[in-house]
Design a binder for this molecule. Structure first.
Ligand SMILES: [Mg+2]
Length: 302
């Protein structure tokens, strides 16, 4: 009995120290390193929707009550400012330097992420693994005419119409021929009017929607503002981008944009209203890659 116990203890010791145990005569010497075990290759990292840098911003657009409240507050502010904007002389357009006195009033809106919410398009891109803007998918989305209104937009547009203010939509949705619409130069124009009308932002007359490329309009919205200013006093401008209010260049970085904005405090305080859009925009386009370098861990005085 004592000898069996001793044998078991010895076997445990050898097993613990990694020494070879002679089993069936196929001993391996303890001083020979074991053959390298086959290391399984790490699974290939396939970026999925959860890794998409647009995920949180798109969720914020679609799920956050806070976004809905911000949008409603922006349009409520515009409504509060409307009587003074009508009453007081001056223009919201820098291009209308004469103030537009004597002309009937107009308000200029951007369309995307100002009065229409295109977040389903963005969600589809994320879920489909489409990391970059895809003009074909975007055009398909426009043809659906299915965008919903940004919260608060319909009420403000109705308020403008009650006050006989012309509502003009200036958008960089672009005119492009579409195989499904042969012979039409700008099917996007009809799509956008139908979408705006369907959600209560109309009735939109054809001349009250101006697209990029339509009649040769460039992406800079200034010439279209000048066109409106020929016949109307532009009393307010609303958009989710700087360029919806004034011309900026793609070379303007964040610091330059802040400086340019500060030149027009009076207009921000009275006639310009920004709609929140965390999902895309010039604010993001101007950041150099990698954007993580733009994070600021140091405390900066405002
Ligand atoms: Mg926009």
């Amino acid at each position: 009995m004592r000898s069996i116990k001793a044998l078991l203890l010895a076997a445990s010791f050898l097993a613990l120290t990694g020494c070879a145990v002679n089993v069936g005569g196929s001993a391996r010497r303890a001083d020979v390193p074991p053959p390298p075990a086959a290391v399984p290759a790490p699974p290939a990292v396939v970026p999925g929707p959860a890794d998409d840098p647009r995920l949180n911003a798109t969720l914020y657009m679609q799920q956050a009550e806070e976004l809905r409240r911000l949008s409603r507050q922006a349009f409520a502010l515009a409504t509060i400012r409307l009587p003074a904007a009508l009453r007081q002389p001056g223009s919201a357009a820098l291009e209308q330097a004469d103030g537009g006195a004597g002309k009937p009033p107009a308000v200029i809106f951007d369309v995307d992420e100002t009065v229409l919410d295109n977040s389903p398009h963005q969600a589809r891109a994320i879920l489909g693994g489409v990391r970059h803007f895809d003009l074909g998918l975007w055009d398909e989305w426009l043809s659906e005419r299915a965008a919903t209104p940004m919260p608060g937009a319909v009420d403000f547009v109705k308020e403008l119409r009650r006050n006989n203010v012309r509502v003009v939509y200036i958008t960089n949705r672009e005119c492009r021929p579409r195989p499904a619409s042969p012979g039409q130069d700008c099917p996007q124009h009809a799509d956008t009017i139908a979408n705006l009308n369907a959600v209560g932002l109309g009735p939109v007359a054809p001349e009250d929607l101006m697209l990029k490329g339509q009649g040769g309009w460039p992406s800079d919205k200034a010439p279209r503002r000048i066109k409106v200013a020929e016949t109307h006093r532009i009393i307010m401008s609303l958009g989710d981008q700087f360029s919806d209010m004034m011309s900026v260049t793609r070379r303007d970085d964040s610091t330059a944009r802040a400086r340019i904005a500060a030149d027009h405090e009076a207009l921000w305080d009275t006639r310009w209203v920004v709609i929140p859009n965390p999902t895309y925009g010039q604010w993001l386009d101007v950041l150099p890659a990698p954007t993580t370098d733009m994070l600021r861990p140091e405390i900066r005085q405002p």
